[in-house]
Design a protein around this ligand. Structure first.
Ligand SMILES: [Fe+2]
Length: 227
């Protein structure tokens, strides 16, 4: 099996990806600060197995990952960036801000991996609770004010129903996470799935709903005032 070719520093695109993920956990300002510190952090090497264990990543998730796709990248000589990590306070899980799949592939080959890490001062539970609360407020405002106006204006019930079902799924996960302890085996997996669901939802809003909203010329300023 070919040895992966490693980059000495993360690529430019790795930082915004890490920042978008961290923003879901710690909010935009804290995420921007953490990424600034990650940009200045030194590259270190750590066994992939230790990183996975410290991040409390469920091994079922690692084994389910289609690592052959990533191995193809490695065999074709595509260079692999270091992984971006954020350490919590003592006892908190390590947050993999960017590089899940590179790490999973490295683990299956029993390799060490280059990492950049920074330390977050706020506990994971507190951060997760903050993001869950913010998401709850956001979905409520959209459902009570924004979506009814959009539904009436764009006349696309399928799109609006899909958005509501996605909100319901996210709110269900938020409720589960709020009742959980960070030590629970599924805590990190639920946070990760929530972030993936929100990612998908935001993409659909931005790419499908918002262009129709712009075309329909809804009075957004008046709507914002009602919210
Ligand atoms: Fe939404």
């Amino acid at each position: 099996m070919s040895k992966p070719v490693r980059l000495e520093k993360p690529q430019k695109k790795d930082y915004p990806a890490a920042q978008a993920y961290l923003a879901l956990l710690v909010g935009s300002n804290a995420a921007a600060q953490l990424v600034e510190r990650l940009r200045r952090a030194a590259v270190r090497k750590a066994p992939a197995r230790d990183i996975l264990s410290a991040s409390h990543t469920p091994m079922a998730e690692v084994h389910a990952f289609d690592w052959r796709r990533k191995n193809k990248d490695i065999q074709q000589g595509r260079k692999q960036s270091p992984i971006l990590l954020v350490c919590g306070k003592h006892g908190d899980a390590l947050v993999i801000a960017d590089g899940f799949h590179r790490l999973y592939a490295a683990f299956t080959q029993g390799q060490d991996f280059e990492t950049l890490s920074e330390r977050s001062k706020v506990s994971k539970k507190k951060l997760a609770d903050q993001i869950c609360q913010a998401l709850w407020v956001h979905t409520e405002i959209e459902e009570q004010v924004f979506y009814p106006a959009v539904r009436q204006a764009i006349k696309d019930d399928d799109l609006m129903n899909e958005a509501l079902v996605e909100h319901a799924g996210a709110k269900d996960l938020v409720a589960q996470i709020s009742d959980m302890d960070p030590d629970d085996a599924l805590y990190d997996a639920k946070m990760k799935v929530l972030s993936e669901q929100i990612d998908h939802h935001v993409q659909e809003e931005e790419q499908e709903m918002f262009p129709k909203v712009r075309k329909a010329n809804i009075g957004l300023v008046a709507l914002a005032a009602r919210a």
